[in-house]
Design a protein around this ligand. Structure first.
Ligand code: C2G
Length: 147
């Protein structure tokens, strides 16, 4: 059984998140998602809209996801790879060459998959700020235009 491990905050779950999870699962048989806790997010200067428990339940509802574990710090990854017997760590390409992940290639395969363009949690937040109906017509850009 090929075991895949990935990391993230997965706030305001969107198509880019689903796409990385779908492609990560395609690389193996069992997908573990290490989900950033609210406390860890605070150290990243991030505050998720949904708390950890909600984000965990949403991930567990996704057919590609087999297990969700807490990501509590930057340093736990080697232990995670060993404890969960991960064969591959998969991340989006925005993490390629990052020193947060590069060292893992001593312990497992490391694969970066192209990010899904045109969507991000911060873009959703920005676009919604723009939502300003004029004559009942939303002014925000159509997020699904590429799909
Ligand atoms: N992602 C993607 N395409 C997008 C948005 C995100 O492929 N349009 C990927 C990211 O590259 C990442 C995963 O989805 O692999 C989760 O993204 P975030 O929730 O933004 O996670 P991040 O804040 O990058 O936290 O220790 C690593 C961190 O926990 C990663």
């Amino acid at each position: 059984m090929k075991r895949i491990l990935t990391y993230g905050t997965f706030d305001l779950l969107h198509f880019g998140h689903i796409e990385i999870l779908r492609r990560a699962k395609e690389l193996g048989d069992y997908l573990i998602v290490a989900l950033s806790t609210d406390e860890f997010n605070a150290t990243k200067g991030k505050k998720a809209y949904h708390n950890y428990e909600t984000r965990k339940k949403m991930l567990e509802a996704i057919r590609y996801v087999d297990l969700v574990i807490p990501e509590e710090n930057w340093e736990q990854k080697i232990n995670d790879v060993k404890e969960y017997k991960a064969d591959v760590v998969v991340m989006g390409s925005d993490w390629a060459d990052s020193d947060r992940f590069d060292y893992l290639k001593e312990y497992c395969n490391l694969i970066f998959l192209p990010r899904t363009e045109g969507i991000s949690t911060s873009k959703i937040k920005e676009d919604l700020k723009l939502q300003n109906p004029v004559n009942g017509v939303d002014q925000i850009p159509n997020p699904d235009s590429e799909n």
